[in-house]
Write a protein that binds this ligand. Structure first.
Ligand SMILES: NC(=O)c1ccc[n+]([C@@H]2O[C@H](COP(=O)([O-])OP(=O)(O)OC[C@H]3O[C@@H](n4cnc5c(N)ncnc54)[C@H](O)[C@@H]3O)[C@@H](O)[C@H]2O)c1
Length: 438
């Protein structure tokens, strides 16, 4: 779309925006109905005040499947711009691969649609910042699909950490562990696409490359042109949770190391990676992606742990637990061969200063969908608004930049640039394939 037709389309569509009352149904249009789009559609279908009025995907079978379960007769589009121009659509879900999020999101905002956009918010930091800007200018309600934000039991964990329940948090760690050795995602050859037109549309703003089956449905997350890999796929959920607990917006520094060490497939992302950020606090935050071994990383086998001076918080998908530390008021004794008494007495001087705690709950996406529907009506800010999604996404994206440039990077959250590395700054954005523009 050229600039003029894009602006005309946006202005015409913006006038379609309607004001909804508490008892109104929100008329939803779904863009991207693959693995996640289907799950999010299910989450919205749990609520009687949503109506599936339109669906859009490059795959007709996915649209038919969604239409069948929608308990309605949605209009099917294979061009998302037509869905956005549909005046029957109040709000849209964007669950396409990451490289499509920014363009579709900006077009949706300018078309006057409220947006539930899947995580990670964007493929680059620059895209995310633009998305924050456009959502603000167009006064849109936005929910980013980091659904843990709408889980009540996790908010309790955040409140516990912020009220000092585990003392000062010096380390927060998150893990993605899954042994994919030896064959990983496989190694199919490049070949002719089943449909050249569909391949071109699927690639969108990404560079044109020969068709490879692994680059497309679901498996795109192993390729950097379309995804940030597991750091932004799983890592963004964890980064967001850790940032939320710590009450921090952005890291001060980041570094990373890893590589494709063992798995023999055609992925671009590493199978083994450690990313380290330092946040104000000070707190060291880490994300470990171990995809060539699957031994649990701690006795609790949790997804995240926050290590405080008084206790450790272990976070799982549906429960969390605080395990008290044992501390001593005595100095750590010097060891001497002449007298072992103080050395032996030291461990028994230790005692817990807090009580343990176990809490369980659900982080079902239906809660996040509920929050979005409520905010579409009330115009309140969603639990994971666009800025929250951007801050969590950009923290993970800069981890990938540190990995790719083999750097220790300083991060200026005000300018969203690296003051100490020009090469790293060049990776904050990328050149879209013509004719795509943000
Ligand atoms: N919140 C979560 O827990 C969670 C879980 C899984 C995936 N996701 C996110 O959801 C997004 C999609 O992932 P997925 O696993 O569903 O991938 P997928 O490949 O299964 O689905 C993506 C769908 O988008 C469609 N699509 C691609 N380009 C399109 C275009 N130009 N117009 C219309 N449709 C187009 C594809 O045809 C496909 O059906 C990703 O950003 C991913 O990070 C979030």
């Amino acid at each position: 779309m050229n600039d003029i037709s894009r602006r005309t389309f946006a202005l015409t569509a913006l006038s379609y925006s309607r004001i909804l009352g508490a008892n109104d149904r929100v008329r939803m249009g779904y863009i991207g109905l693959g693995n996640r789009g289907d799950q999010v559609h299910d989450a919205f279908l749990e609520h009687g005040d949503q109506q599936t009025v339109a669906v859009c995907d490059l795959r007709t079978d996915y649209m038919d499947f969604a239409a069948k379960k929608s308990r309605a007769t949605p209009t099917k589009y294979n061009d998302y711009r037509k869905l956005l121009a549909d005046k029957n659509v109040d709000a849209t879900v964007i669950a396409t691969p990451d490289h499509w999020h920014a363009i579709m999101f900006v077009d949706a905002c300018r078309a006057g649609k409220d947006v539930y956009v899947e995580k990670p918010l964007s493929l680059t930091v620059a895209e995310g910042r633009e998305m924050v800007k456009v959502a603000g200018e167009s006064n849109r309600v936005v929910q980013v699909g980091i659904h843990r934000r709408s889980a009540r039991f996790l908010k309790e964990a955040v409140d516990a950490v912020q009220s000092g329940a585990i003392g000062q948090v010096t380390v927060a760690k998150a893990f993605h562990i899954q042994n994919e050795w030896p064959v990983g995602i496989g190694k199919p050859d490049n070949g002719p696409p089943p449909s050249p037109e569909e391949w071109d549309k699927w690639l969108g703003p990404a560079p044109f490359v020969p068709y490879n089956k692994n680059r497309e449905f679901y498996k795109f997350r192993w390729f950097y042109d379309y995804s940030g890999g597991q750091v932004t796929n799983f890592g963004v959920h964890y980064m967001d949770m850790m940032r939320w607990c710590l009450g921090q917006d952005a890291p001060q520094t980041v570094t990373a190391m890893g590589g494709k060490f063992a798995v023999q497939d055609n992925r671009q992302i590493p199978d083994t990676l450690d990313v380290l950020w330092q946040f104000d606090g000070p707190t060291l935050v880490t994300f470990s992606q171990y995809n060539a071994s699957s031994a649990p990383w701690n006795a609790q086998n949790s997804e995240m742990e926050l290590r405080g001076t008084k206790g450790t918080l272990y976070l799982h998908g549906n429960r969390w637990e605080i395990v008290p530390e044992k501390i001593s008021d005595r100095d750590f004794p010097a060891r001497t061969p002449l007298d072992r008494t103080s050395e032996k007495a030291y461990p028994s001087s230790k005692h817990a200063v807090i009580e343990g705690r176990k809490v369980s709950g659900s982080s079902d996406t239906a809660f996040h969908a509920r929050n979005f529907l409520d905010c579409v009506k009330s115009r309140a800010k969603c639990n994971c608004d666009v800025l929250t999604g951007h801050l969590s996404t950009s923290a993970t994206l800069i981890g990938n930049i540190a990995y790719k440039t083999k750097s220790y990077l300083e991060w200026d959250p005000r300018t969203e640039r690296f003051p100490n590395n020009a090469a790293a700054n060049r990776l904050l954005a990328y050149q879209y394939r013509a004719p795509y523009k943000l």
